[in-house]
Design a protein around this ligand. Structure first.
Ligand SMILES: Cc1cc2nc3c(=O)[nH]c(=O)nc-3n(C[C@H](O)[C@H](O)[C@H](O)COP(=O)(O)O)c2cc1C
Length: 205
């Protein structure tokens, strides 16, 4: 799909009309399949920052992810202010001098996801939210990458005054802990598909 705006009517439908009298809203299977199969992790971004309207659509789709007992055991923080984005990136590099470069991979929007430590399904549910975010973003022409490295580096840097100040600024609730990061932004590359092992799925007769 060259023009992802073709996906907008579907997104608008699921966001605006989560249910209707005739049952669940239907989206074109071809469109969904195309979005699923063409998403790639993006590690090179244009400088333009996605608008708040676009980001709000993306994160609305995120929280429509299923979760066990609908507990929604996630908290999400989105950093789209370029100065604060730079502060996070600089703080991680300064506190981890041996780590290579920008662990957010050039993304212009930083996403921090914390999970409810008291919920046994929270990691799974945060994964579902993350995938909704990445697919919705892709449908809107916004690239994404799921990122474990900044989580590891931020954890390793606790005690550093600047990192602690920035983590406080995320203000996750008590009982929640940073679990995963993501980067978003407009793609400045078109990576090839990474191979998939189709033998991982077997039909059992
Ligand atoms: C839990 C998780 C953590 C990841 N952490 C990183 C990371 O720290 N840095 C990075 O560049 N990519 C990271 N990725 C992206 C994967 O490398 C990527 O999804 C995988 O190679 C498949 O490529 P694709 O997303 O383009 O299909 C992560 C993905 C997941 C699901």
């Amino acid at each position: 799909m060259k023009n992802f705006k073709a996906f907008l009517p579907f997104l608008a439908t699921i966001v605006a009309f989560p249910s209707c009298d005739s049952g669940a809203p239907q989206a074109s299977q071809d469109t969904i399949q195309e979005v699923l199969l063409t998403r790639r992790s993006i590690r090179k971004y244009k400088s333009e920052v996605p608008s708040r309207d676009t980001l709000e659509m993306i994160f609305k789709a995120g929280i429509y992810a299923p979760s066990a007992l609908n507990k929604q055991p996630w908290e999400v923080r989105v950093v789209d202010n370029p100065e604060l984005v730079k502060r996070f990136k600089d703080a991680i590099v300064a506190a981890n001098p041996d780590a290579p470069g920008d662990s957010f991979r050039g993304a212009t929007v930083l996403v921090f996801i914390a999970n409810d430590l008291s919920n046994q399904y929270s990691e799974f549910d945060c994964g579902l939210l993350s995938e909704n975010v990445m697919l919705s973003a892709h449908g809107l022409g916004v690239g994404s990458v799921c990122l474990g490295t900044p989580v590891r580096l931020l954890r390793a840097a606790r005690g550093d005054a600047e990192v602690d100040a920035l983590m406080d600024r995320l203000a996750f609730s008590n009982g929640y802990e940073l679990f995963m990061c993501m980067g978003l932004g407009y793609p400045d590359e078109t990576p090839a598909v990474k191979p998939r092992d189709e033998t991982k799925v077997r039909f059992v007769e």
